[in-house]
Every structure is written in structure tokens, then in C-alpha cells.
Design a protein around this ligand. Structure first.
Ligand SMILES: Cc1cc2nc3c(=O)[nH]c(=O)nc-3n(C[C@H](O)[C@H](O)[C@H](O)COP(=O)(O)OP(=O)(O)OC[C@H]3O[C@@H](n4cnc5c(N)ncnc54)[C@H](O)[C@@H]3O)c2cc1C
Length: 248
């Protein structure tokens, strides 16, 4: 189906930390799959600009939600942060993308790794019942620079409270000590076994599928340490163990 822009009204532009926000939008949402993204279009200096943003909301929910950070000198993210309730913007529908459960092979354990706002698609996936039915264990790993960027704790606690034996959440903070969080970067913490110790689950090609979402360095470095453990990129024509969504 061809995508088209639809007007969306800002309900709330919530600030989580200095440069970290989520915007909730009233819009008639067309059916989409958890993990997909829309293109958000705004007028910037009199010209329309559109960029992709993952949906945080589950497909069954009424409002659209996007989790984003301000990038220094970034035209789109700064314009998003300036939005006020009742402003209108446009989003492309239907949402698109292949970072969805339908694209994953059958296996036992799903690990979802995010840097920064790469958390967004997993929140949509985890609010959809399919993932809980398909996998025996789910591990959500969120890596940030500073502890105040560990957003959506209430929602993540709900996942944990609903299914404490099926769900594990591991937070990683790289630039400061934070109680309960690992310190460092995803690839190194896979390599030295700290992530598996923390999740009490082994990463192995026979039992594991990995989703990686966020910046290209994390994705490339994680893929290379996972390759040493026998996990390969997943393709439709050549099933493997790693599915990626690169934001930048
Ligand atoms: C499929 C897809 C989904 C995406 N979903 C999201 C999302 O849900 N939330 C989100 O915040 N962004 C998301 N992005 C990135 C987003 O589309 C924009 O690139 C980002 O908001 C920056 O736009 P900008 O115009 O402000 O800055 P730009 O001028 O486009 O970026 C300036 C520089 O900042 C870097 N950069 C881009 N994005 C980020 C970032 N998030 N954090 C740090 N540095 C960055 C890039 O290296 C770039 O060179 C997604 C990208 C893709 C491809």
C-alpha cells in the first residue's frame, strides 16, 4: 500500500531528561506491526522535512507515540522538541519496516538490545501479546550514557510484574555508576559474559535470536562479538540469529 501523510495533533511532548523526549499524537492510526516506523513531517524554515521514527505504542492503542532525543544542530529533533500540545504535524501511514516479529525465525529466547532511543520499537513489541506467546524468555537490554536516560521505567516494571519468570530487563550506563545497572558498552559486556550473568541466560545460536536497534557502531561491534559465538545475520533467504534496525 502506498504511504501518505496524515495530520496528527500533539497531545503531550513529555521531557524525560535534558535532551530526551517522547511525543504522543492523536491520529487515526492505520493497522501496523509492532516495531515499525512512520515518517514524521514538519515544516522547517518554510520547507517540509520528513524523517523516520519508530512507534512506541502497540498496534491496538489509539494514540501514536515516538521516543526521540535532541541531536545537536539536528533540524528535525530540535523542531520536534519545540512542539506544544495542539500543534499539528504529519505522519506517514501505513507504518513501514521489517524490524517486526513476522521476520524472526522460531527460537526460544529473544534478546532485544537498544542504545538510547532505540528502545522505542521494543516497547511496542512488548506491549503486543504475540511476543509473550512466541518466546520462552525475553531479555530487554537498554544502554545509555547517563542514568537519567533510562526512560519508561514504569512500563518496563509492568512487563516485569506481569511475567517475572519470562522477562528480564538489563540496564547499562556507560558514563557513570548507577545502582542495578551494568557499566560499559553492549559489545564488551557480551564478550566478557556480564550480560548473560545479569540476565541469567546464555546466548547461543541454538536457542537465541538477537534484535539490535540504535547506532551503527553498537550494531557493527555487537555483530562481530556475536559472530565469534556463532550467531549470524538473519536473512529471509538464509536464516540466522541477528536482526538489526540502524537509526544513524
Ligand atoms: C528506521 C529509522 C527509525 C528511526 N527511529 C528513531 C526514533 O524512534 N527515535 C529517534 O530519536 N531517532 C530515530 N531515528 C533517527 C531519526 O530519523 C533522525 O535521524 C534523528 O532524529 C536526527 O534528525 P535531525 O534532523 O535532528 O538531525 P540530523 O541532522 O539528521 O543528524 C545529525 C547527526 O546526528 C546523528 N544522529 C542521528 N540520530 C541520532 C540520535 N537519535 N542520537 C544521536 N545522534 C543521532 C547522525 O549521525 C547525524 O549525522 C530513526 C532512523 C531510522 C533510519
Amino acid at each position: 500500500m502506498a504511504s501518505a501523510f496524515h495530520t496528527a495533533r500533539v497531545i503531550e511532548n513529555k521531557q524525560w531528561a535534558e535532551n530526551l523526549f517522547s511525543v504522543r499524537l492523536a491520529v487515526e492510526l492505520q493497522p501496523f506491526k509492532a516495531g515499525q516506523f512512520v515518517r514524521v513531517q514538519l515544516m522547517i524554515n518554510g520547507e517540509p522535512m520528513a524523517k523516520p521514527y519508530s512507534l512506541v505504542n502497540a498496534p491496538k492503542q489509539d494514540d501514536a507515540e515516538v521516543f526521540y532525543n535532541i541531536v545537536p544542530d539536528g533540524p528535525m529533533s530540535n523542531a520536534l522538541a519545540a512542539l506544544k500540545p495542539d500543534d499539528t504535524i504529519e505522519i506517514s501511514q501505513p507504518a513501514a519496516g521489517f524490524f517486526v516479529l513476522d521476520e524472526l525465525p522460531e527460537t526460544k529466547h529473544l534478546w532485544m538490545f537498544a542504545t538510547g532511543t532505540g528502545l522505542g520499537p521494543y516497547l511496542s513489541i512488548l506491549q503486543d501479546k504475540e511476543v509473550w506467546q512466541r518466546f520462552d524468555e525475553l531479555v530487554l537490554v537498554h544502554a545509555v550514557s547517563y542514568a537519567n536516560n533510562l526512560a519508561y521505567q514504569t512500563l518496563i516494571d509492568e512487563f516485569n510484574n506481569q511475567q517475572p519468570s519470562q522477562f528480564k530487563y538489563v540496564s547499562i550506563v556507560s558514563r557513570e555508576e548507577h545502582p542495578g545497572a551494568l557499566k560499559g558498552r553492549i559489545p564488551a559486556l557480551i564478550s566478557d559474559g556480564q550480560l548473560e550473568d545479569s540476565a541469567e541466560l546464555i546466548i547461543a545460536p541454538e536457542t537465541t535470536h538477537i534484535m539490535l536497534c540504535g547506532n551503527q557502531n553498537m550494531i557493527a561491534d555487537a555483530r562481530s562479538v556475536l559472530a565469534e559465538r556463532g550467531l549470524k545475520k538473519h536473512l529471509r533467504r538464509k536464516p540466522g540469529h541477528i536482526t538489526t534496525e540502524q537509526y544513524f
